[in-house]
Design a protein around this ligand. Structure first.
Ligand code: NAD
Length: 404
């Protein structure tokens, strides 16, 4: 691939802003977000567009503003259900290819996540290339905001890795299509509150599927990563009477949880956690938590957590199923955060957003039931549900409303 951010800032006319390239196959071209999505976490990005790049995107826009140093790519996978919604990742990608691969994968994953969350939003995502600690500035964020605005609402942006609510406040000075802002500016605040709540609902549903009771009382749950999402999940688990064991590479994060919940056990690392006799494994750190090496250690019957892309590769799904371990797909159970930022667009109501996040219980139950009934993996079942909604509800937009 040529570098579109070359010295002149723009590619040849055929690849100008607007649609830089249109992928060729439909949504079914790849097997689903868990298969296609690159690791969203720093250090785990897809290395090149030659690998697992999903196809079928509606629009991909390259944005460049040399004076502010802005180099961004906005990808819209689908607007079948409404304006595409997804965060802005600010990350020092090793190459433009890596940034493009990531944004394409992430945009597609958002379409599936938003569809399963019952939102009237399609899927989109943006990446800003660069080290946010070095290059983020008011001018750069406002320049980015003007590009988002130029899409006229086809893409609504929010926070992701490397961007914060305060950044969205700045983007909002140039752009109406922003959510995830600070409470002081009418935003909804920290989205991990409802992300953790939604994961807990998904875990209850998975428990019901496996053990015939949604209660987690007396079960042992291992939580890997007790940052914003993980520590809140621990709170729900302790309240529900589950025994909880945690691990985190940051001793400070472990201390914070132990200070609030001294009864919580601590494992030295992920392998120790997996081997500690847990009933449920909840990955809430970075992607790729379940891999070929540690799978033999896993005694849990359920994998259900907040992290994106928990399985190191798609083949892990089958290996889990072979061992009778139920995987609640990450993009089904961790949608509480996007539910929150979507609600903000209508004037945030915590109660309304929480009620919608509570529906993650029903969605997870449905996904696992379809998977069992049809003998497919939960990821395939979830993809089918999402695709059906995008198709059935998206079709309605073709009904002519008459002229006004
Ligand atoms: N915050 C949200 O609303 C939200 C929404 C959807 C998905 N997610 C996903 O959930 C995950 C956690 O997000 P967060 O907002 O809590 O992030 P965070 O940075 O606040 O917390 C992550 C925690 O994981 C720990 N960690 C990192 N590597 C680890 C390892 N190898 N072993 C054990 N612990 C490790 C970190 O020290 C940190 O405490 C991420 O994958 C994120 O993409 C978050």
């Amino acid at each position: 691939m040529t570098n579109v951010f070359d010295n002149s800032g723009w590619p040849a006319p055929s690849g100008e802003a607007g649609v830089a390239r249109q992928a060729d196959a439909g949504p079914s071209a790849s097997r689903g977000p868990a298969a296609a999505v690159s690791d969203p976490d720093p250090g785990g990005h897809a290395a090149s567009v030659g690998m697992a790049v999903p196809t079928g995107h509606e629009q991909v826009v390259f944005c460049h503003d040399a004076p502010s140093g802005l180099r961004a790519i906005i990808a819209i996978y689908s607007t079948a259900l409404g304006p595409s919604l997804g965060g802005t990742r600010f990350y020092p990608y090793p190459s433009e290819d890596a940034a493009l691969a990531d944004v394409l994968n992430l945009a597609r994953a958002m379409a599936y996540k938003n569809a399963l969350a019952g939102l009237d939003h399609g899927g989109g995502k943006a990446v800003i290339i660069g080290d946010p600690l070095r290059v983020k500035s008011e001018a750069l964020l406002r320049a980015y905001g003007r590009f988002v605005e130029s899409l006229n609402g086809r893409y609504v942006t929010a926070c992701d890795v490397g961007t914060y609510s305060e950044d969205m406040d700045i983007v909002a000075r140039e752009c109406r299509h922003v959510t995830g802002r600070t409470v002081a500016n009418g935003g909804a605040g920290d989205s991990s509150v409802l992300t953790a709540f939604g994961v807990f609902q998904g875990m209850r549903a998975a428990a019901g599927h496996v053990w015939g009771t949604t209660s987690l009382a007396g079960r042992t749950v291992g939580v890997e990563g007790v940052g914003k999402v993980g520590h809140r999940l621990v709170g729900h688990l302790v309240e529900a009477g589950a025994r909880t064991v945690i691990c985190d590479v940051n001793p400070g994060a472990v201390e914070r949880v132990r200070a609030r919940h001294p009864e919580v056990g601590v494992a030295a690392d992920r392998d120790a956690l997996l081997g500690s006799g847990i009933d449920v494994f909840a990955p809430c750190a970075l992607g790729g938590s379940v891999n070929d090496d540690n799978l033999p250690l896993l005694t849990a019957r359920i994998v259900c957590g907040g992290a994106n892309n928990q399985l190191a590769h798609p083949g892990i799904e089958k290996l889990l199923a072979d061992r009778d371990i139920v995987y609640a797909p990450d993009y089904v159970v961790n949608s509480g955060g996007v539910i929150q930022v979507a609600d903000e667009l209508a004037g945030f109501s915590f109660e309304r957003a929480q009620a919608r996040a509570a529906q993650i219980f029903d969605t997870t139950r449905k996904v696992l039931a379809i998977a069992s009934d049809e003998g497919v993996s939960p990821v395939v079942a979830a993809d089918q549900l999402a695709e059906r909604r995008m198709s059935e509800v998206g079709r309605l937009r073709g009904i002519w409303l008459g002229s006004s």
